[in-house]
Design a binder for this molecule. Structure first.
Ligand SMILES: Cc1ncc(COP(=O)(O)O)c(C=O)c1O
Length: 365
C-alpha cells in the first residue's frame, strides 16, 4: 500500500473514556465527565423544542449551503453571509484549512501545548510543524513571529488556549499581526470565546476587518452545549472564505445541527447564565488551589489546568475510580497536571473532594 510516509507512525485521536465505560469498569452508579470541556448545564430548552419539529425529515440531505443558520449567524455577528463557513465541528474547519494550504515544503507555526488537531492535520499533509513553547501558559508571540519564514503557510493561535485557559490580549494580538506577512494565513481559534470576561480581550470582528489574512473559528460544542451535533463556524474576509470553500464536503453540517444551532443562538440568556455559573465555578477551583497550595493558571475558559506535581496518570486513574473523569496532563504535554472542566457547583465540590483525598492519601505514603 502506498500510504503517505507520515501515516505509518501517526496515531488516531484518543477520545476520553465514556461515562458508561467508567461505570462498568469501577462498578459506579454515578460518573461525572469533566474531561472534554462540555457544558454541564446541557443546552437551551429551545433546542429540545426544535428537535421534535425536524423528526420527519431525516431522508433528505442537509442544506449544503447551511442557508438558514448562515442568515441567523450573519445577523447575530453583523457580518456578510459570504464571510461565514460552517463545519462538522470546528475540527472540520481545521482539517479544511490544513488540506487547502499545507503540503511538503511548507511549514506551519503553532504554540505548544495547544489543541492537538493543528499539529495532527499538519503532519497528515506532510508540512513541517514549528512548535513554540508557551511562556507561563501564554503564547510566546515574539518567538512565534520569529519562526515565520517565506515557506510558512499557517500560524495557529488559540485564545483562550487549550489546555492552559490563558487568553491573548487585544494589544498583544495586534502587535503580533502587524509582524505577520499578509500572505500568511492566521487561524484564531476561539472555541471558548463565550466564557471570556477579561476586559483586555480583542473583538475578533474588528480584527478580521483590519487583518484580511485572519480567520476566526468558533463552535457550538462548548457553551452552546451542542457537542453531539458537531457544528463549528469560521468568519473572515469574503475572499478567504471563497478560496477555502471548495475543500468543504458537500453536505458537511447535518440537518439537526443546523437547526439546533440556530435555536441555541436565539437564547442568549441561557449563555449568560452558563458564563456566570462558569465564573463562579472557576472561583471555587481557585479557592481550592490556594487552600491546597497548588499552582494553576487563571482561566478565561471553562476548564482549569492544575499542577499537582504528581504523576498525572495516577491522579487521573484515582479520580476516575471515584467517579470523575478529567484529562491527564501527561496526555496534553503538561506532565504533573490535570485539566478539569468546570462543572456545576455540586460537581466541582465532588471532584475537589476526590482531589483532596488523593492529596491526603499520597502524603500518607
Ligand atoms: C481549542 C479548540 N478548538 C477546537 C475544538 C473542536 O471543537 P468542535 O470540533 O467540537 O467544534 C476544541 C474542542 O475541544 C478546542 O478545545
Amino acid at each position: 500500500m502506498k500510504w503517505k510516509e507520515q501515516m505509518l507512525s501517526l496515531k488516531a485521536y484518543q477520545p476520553g473514556r465514556t461515562t458508561d465505560d467508567v461505570k462498568k469498569a469501577y462498578g459506579l452508579k454515578e460518573v461525572v465527565k469533566l474531561a472534554s470541556n462540555e457544558n454541564p448545564f446541557g443546552s437551551s430548552e429551545k433546542v429540545k423544542e426544535c428537535i421534535h419539529a425536524y423528526a420527519d425529515s431525516f431522508a433528505i440531505y442537509p442544506d449544503g449551503y447551511t442557508g438558514s443558520l448562515r442568515t441567523v449567524m450573519a445577523e447575530f455577528l453583523q457580518l456578510d453571509e459570504k464571510q461565514l463557513i460552517f463545519g462538522n465541528g470546528s475540527d472540520e474547519i481545521i482539517l479544511m484549512i490544513s488540506r487547502a494550504m499545507l503540503e511538503p515544503g511548507k511549514n506551519t507555526v503553532m504554540p505548544t501545548p495547544t489543541f492537538p488537531q493543528y499539529r495532527h492535520n499538519a503532519v497528515v499533509e506532510g508540512a513541517e510543524v514549528r512548535e513554540i513553547e508557551l511562556l507561563e501558559g501564554a503564547h510566546d508571540l515574539d518567538k512565534m513571529a520569529d519562526a515565520i519564514d517565506e515557506n510558512t503557510a499557517i500560524v495557529w493561535l488559540c485564545s483562550p488556549n487549550n489546555p492552559t485557559g490563558i487568553h491573548i490580549t487585544d494589544n498583544e494580538l495586534r502587535a503580533f499581526l502587524d509582524r505577520v506577512p499578509q500572505d500568511v494565513f492566521v487561524v484564531l481559534d476561539e472555541a471558548y470565546y463565550e466564557y471570556v470576561t477579561a476586559e483586555d480581550y480583542f473583538d475578533a470582528r474588528e480584527i478580521i476587518k483590519q487583518y484580511k489574512n485572519v480567520i476566526v473559528l468558533r463552535t457550538f460544542s462548548k457553551i452552546y452545549g451542542l457537542a453531539a451535533f458537531r457544528v463549528g463556524y469560521g468568519f473572515a474576509d469574503e475572499s478567504l472564505i471563497a478560496q477555502l470553500d471548495p475543500v468543504r464536503e458537500p453536505f458537511n453540517v447535518n440537518t439537526l445541527g443546523q437547526q439546533t444551532a440556530a435555536a441555541a443562538i436565539s437564547d442568549q440568556s441561557f449563555i449568560e447564565m452558563c458564563s456566570s455559573e462558569n465564573k463562579a465555578g472557576l472561583e471555587q477551583f481557585y479557592a481550592f488551589c490556594k487552600e491546597e497550595n497548588l499552582d494553576y493558571y487563571p482561566s478565561e475558559a471553562n476548564f482549569i489546568l492544575i499542577d499537582f506535581k504528581c504523576d498525572s496518570d495516577e491522579l487521573f486513574e484515582y479520580l476516575m475510580s471515584k467517579g470523575y473523569i478529567v484529562r491527564s496532563g501527561a496526555a496534553l504535554g503538561v506532565p504533573g497536571t490535570v485539566r478539569v472542566t468546570v462543572g456545576s457547583k455540586e460537581q466541582n465540590e465532588g471532584v475537589m473532594r476526590a482531589m483532596k483525598s488523593f492529596l491526603t492519601e499520597t502524603v500518607k505514603r
